[in-house]
Ligand binder design. Structure first.
Ligand code: CA
Length: 225
């Protein structure tokens, strides 16, 4: 799942990005409000985490823009301590939750998961399944034929994308934009290496093989070709 963070305090931004990436999320981080709103229009996110005071556009203006675009993207606000007015205003504008700075990362992660779960209740199940392969979106666990498979954060995000778009041949450029962040150079063979590792974990010793290479086009995951 993909999260946008708009935070201009470099240390907080880097800390959030790293923590969420380690928890298995794909994260885009920007310090600029204008760019943040632009990213919600050009990329697909499952959640946005917005600071209030930002250069370019402030957090309120980004939120207004998102809602004006007709998007129900869940938004978590980061507000300064004791700024009760901020919280009220944020909730009135359509923020889904807020967190007061400074906060513990575990608290943020819990809120993020709650918001994502709430969003999913409406749209889809909490697990993806293809044949005997199961991916638990919130607990970040994968099982094949009932056997637990350990994946890195990137492998998990990659498998999630392939399972969501099962039967569809995904070009490397699309995989790069959805699984790696916006600064990733898709000319590298990082994707091929990651697919190879993922295939070894998910397909080796099981039938049928689910992940296939489509020469010259990309990769596809499907139960029967
Ligand atoms: Ca700020």
């Amino acid at each position: 799942m993909k999260i946008l963070i708009v935070e201009d305090e470099p240390r907080t931004g880097a800390y959030l990005k790293q923590g969420l990436a380690e928890a298995g999320f794909v994260v885009d981080l920007t310090a600029d409000g204008q760019e943040g709103l632009h990213l919600t229009r050009t990329e697909t996110y499952d959640l946005a985490i917005l600071d209030v005071m930002l250069p370019g556009l402030d957090g309120w203006q980004i939120l207004k823009g998102i809602r004006r675009d007709g998007k129900d993207l869940p938004v978590l606000f980061l507000t300064a301590r004791d700024q009760v007015e901020d919280r009220v205003r944020g909730l009135e504008l359509g923020a889904d939750d807020y967190l007061v700075k400074p906060f513990a990362f575990a608290e943020l992660l819990a809120r993020v998961r709650t918001l994502l779960r709430r969003g999913m209740k409406v749209k889809e199940a909490e697990a993806l399944r293809v044949a005997d392969l199961e991916l638990d979106l919130l607990r970040h666990r994968v099982f094949r034929a009932g056997k637990r498979i350990d994946l890195t954060a990137k492998e998990f995000a990659l498998l999630e994308l392939l399972m969501r778009r099962q039967g569809e041949v995904l070009p490397r450029s699309l995989i790069a934009s959805q699984v790696w962040d916006m600064n990733f150079d898709s000319d590298t063979n990082v994707i091929d290496v990651a697919i190879k590792r993922l295939r070894r974990k998910v397909d080796e010793g099981f039938t049928p093989r689910l992940i296939r290479t489509v020469r010259g086009m990309g990769y596809v995951l499907e139960a029967s070709p």
